[in-house]
Design a protein around this ligand. Structure first.
Ligand SMILES: [Zn+2]
Length: 89
């Protein structure tokens, strides 16, 4: 079980998306869950994606995350959430 950084609920890994921070690419959505770097988990739920902010992610990743990075990651999270929900239906 992993904790969603937005709602703090514990959920199975398959219900969450991994947000990855590494030196190469900065903040990205890791759909494989296997890439190297620091990771934080968020529910596959648009509400949690919306709630995300720089403070939450900075704390979860123990690294400073800028508002700009949050904007970008939220946009790609929303895409991934839509994508995954379509596939699950
Ligand atoms: Zn959540």
């Amino acid at each position: 079980m992993r904790t969603c950084v937005a709602c703090r609920e514990k959920k199975p890994k398959k219900d969450l998306v991994r947000i990855l921070l590494n030196d190469e690419n900065g903040l990205t959505v890791d759909l494989t869950g296997k890439k190297n770097g620091r990771g934080a988990y968020v529910c596959l739920n648009p509400k949690c994606a919306e709630k995300l902010n720089a403070k939450m992610l900075s704390a979860a990743l123990k690294s400073s995350v800028s508002e700009n990075m949050i904007k970008e990651i939220k946009a790609s999270l929303e895409d991934s959430v839509k994508d995954k929900q379509c596939k699950q239906d």
